[in-house]
Design a binder for this molecule. Structure first.
Ligand code: F6P
Length: 361
């Protein structure tokens, strides 16, 4: 009888997830396994909510965004006060379903749960393999995660388009870009899309510095400014976060809007108008989930496909407690432990490269 492998996708969706699923199913069936998809991540495991995946189910899905098996942010180990440890329920479900192995596709949170189940599960369900995923590109143990390239391109195109309208109105446009703890998307999209100021969570920003740069641009005849700001950016003297998600992460959003209001006021009060009717104006917009939606780029389709293909190979070789990872152009195996615990943030040197182009270094 064919061995049953369960797969799950957890956390925020990322373009390329379906390519991974397709890679696992095609190579898994070729190697003689039955592949089953848990619906909505760890929630599917807790509820034994699973469906078989056939070749017909995955036909051509690598071209589509999202995940055909759904996702959720559901922890199995407690992450904040009031949450129960549900890991024993998860193990019981995996056993009841008669699964030989589980492939968890996710970021820091989902793979963190997989790693903990592998290590602390007392050998109850040790056949676990991971696949790294996140548009934020902030996972350790891999050079890139799929989804990132698509998000960068979406944000870059938005910035490209905003140049003409912002310039025509002589405005300041503040574009809030996803990235909770790491500014990878903002940095790369900002550089590629020609933002004039790039703010990332790794470096606290100073509102006065922003005012100074915008003022200098106006005074030197550059009558518009585009600011790319990562949603996780904090000001030097920021106040404490309020709401958190099930994994205990702060709910983000709003940094762009807060800069907009204060900057417009500051410019109006501190800048000389070029003519009486002129108004200094700032506008902000959050790209939000647009950055995760729609078709993956070729890069993410291929990376996802290769990771999927190799994830099932890890299962076949019995390399449990590992995840597939991109090193240079090769797909290799690294321990799940290597991927979780700390995040891969933007190194200072990388940010400084961008500052040189911005004329700020
Ligand atoms: O998955 C990563 C991410 O897109 C972050 O960039 C962002 O902060 C978060 O997810 C948004 O989460 P949600 O989809 O739950 O609003």
């Amino acid at each position: 009888m064919a061995k049953k492998i369960g797969i799950l996708t957890g956390g925020g969706d990322a373009p390329g997830l379906n390519a991974v699923i397709r890679g696992i199913v095609i190579n898994g069936i070729r190697l003689g396994y039955e592949i089953h998809g848990f619906i909505d991540g760890w929630a599917g495991v807790l509820n034994s909510n699973i469906k078989p995946l056939t070749l017909a189910d995955v036909e051509d899905i690598h071209r589509e965004g999202g995940t055909i098996i759904g996702t959720s942010r559901t922890p199995i180990f407690p992450k904040k006060e009031g949450q129960k440890d549900r890991s024993a329920e998860a193990v019981a479900s995996l056993k009841k379903l008669g699964l030989y192995a589980l492939i968890a596709i996710g970021g820091e949170d989902t793979l963190g749960e997989a790693n903990r189940l592998y290590n602390d599960g007392k050998g109850e369900f040790p056949n676990i393999v991971g696949v790294p995923k996140t548009i934020d590109n902030d996972l350790n143990g891999t050079d890139y995660t799929f989804g990132f390239n698509t998000s960068v391109n979406i944000a870059m195109e938005a910035l490209d388009r905003l140049h003409t309208t912002t310039k025509s109105h002589h405005r300041v446009m503040i574009v809030e870009i996803m990235g909770r703890n790491a500014g990878w998307i903002t940095l790369e999209a900002g550089m590629a899309g020609g933002a004039h100021i790039i703010l990332i969570p790794e470096v606290k920003f100073n509102f006065d510095d922003i005012c100074k740069i915008v003022k200098e641009r106006y005074e030197s005849g550059k009558s518009y400014t585009i600011i790319a700001v990562a949603e996780g950016c904090k000001e030097v003297d920021a106040t404490k976060p309020s709401e958190t998600d099930p994994f205990g992460h702060e709910k983000l959003g709003g940094v762009g809007a807060s800069i907009e209001k204060r900057l417009e006021k500051w410019l109006t009060e501190n800048m000389k108008k070029p003519y009486p009717e002129f108004k200094f104006e700032a506008r902000s917009m959050a790209l939000g989930h647009l950055q995760r939606g729609g078709a993956p780029t070729a890069y993410d389709r291929i990376l996802g496909a290769r990771l999927g293909l190799n994830a099932i190979k890890l299962v076949h070789e019995g390399k449990f407690g590992h995840m597939v990872s991109l090193r240079g152009t090769d797909i290799v195996a690294v321990t799940l432990q290597e991927a979780v615990g700390t995040l891969k943030t933007v190194p200072t040197e990388r940010y400084e490269e961008a500052l040189v182009f911005l004329g700020l270094k």
